[in-house]
Design a protein around this ligand. Structure first.
Ligand code: MN
Length: 236
């Protein structure tokens, strides 16, 4: 079954459940770890990579939400994820108050109300991070170009002249630091806003990124809302 309900004033809860074999209590926490299959025997009946729930948790976290599960062996399992809706609600109300006919129009975010979409170059070698950030930025009204290493980033920047660059630092081929240095040395790119992002932040990362020419430095995981605030600030 599937159920959608409000979770307080600022979130929606999606629940799905079955009446299947259920999950033992001591197995529940393992479920959300990547590459874990509860039945890991070679002759197991069910296949899969064991990534689905780990991805679900990561996506929910990035949106400021959560996932969970309750289960009783032999009776079935119930999974849920909770997603905040506060900002969407606030914007919808604002729009409605300003414009009587706004109800008939699709919900617009601030960025998409601008006549010209701002162009963001998203540089990221991790496919999941890329997908999540791309979806979020596109949904918030930005035009997104993508690159998966420093070489592609420089090429894309020269072709598309983005308004802002989100630069992952750890990437194969040419890393983000080198790409930032080369861009800063390229005519026309000395003042374009660049946000550097690192996973597994090390002491000195911030200094290295700023020294290479980044305007901002963020350690992953970054909440998408925070990221958007910083982007809007830099684009202002
Ligand atoms: Mn990376």
């Amino acid at each position: 079954g599937l159920e959608i309900s409000r979770e307080g004033d600022h979130a929606i809860r999606f629940s799905v459940w079955d009446t299947g074999i259920g999950i033992q209590a001591d197995q529940l926490e393992k479920l959300f770890k990547p590459f874990v299959q509860l039945d890991s025997s070679l002759s197991r009946q069910y296949t899969g990579t064991g990534l689905g729930l780990a991805l679900t948790r990561q996506l929910a976290d990035l949106h400021g939400g959560s996932v969970g599960v309750e289960s009783e062996a032999g009776k079935g399992s119930r999974f849920h994820f909770i997603i905040p809706i506060q900002s969407l609600n606030a914007k919808t109300l604002e729009d409605t108050a300003r414009e009587p006919s706004a109800q008939q129009k699709p919900v617009k975010t601030r960025a998409s109300q601008q006549v010209d979409k701002k162009r963001i170059l998203l540089v990221e070698d991790n496919a999941i991070n890329m997908m999540v950030s791309n979806d979020y930025l596109s949904a918030n009204g930005y035009h997104v170009d993508t690159a998966t290493n420093g070489f592609e980033a420089i090429e894309s920047a020269q072709t598309h002249k983005p308004d802002l660059i989100l630069m992952d630092i750890q990437m194969p081929g040419m890393n983000g630091l080198e790409a930032i240095k080369r861009l800063r040395a390229t005519p026309g790119f000395d003042s374009i806003p660049i946000i550097a992002l690192t996973a597994l932040a090390m002491p000195g990362d911030r200094e290295r990124c700023l020294e290479a020419g980044a305007d901002e430095y963020l350690a992953k995981p970054v909440s998408l809302k925070k990221l958007e605030e910083i982007i809007e600030n830099l684009l202002r």
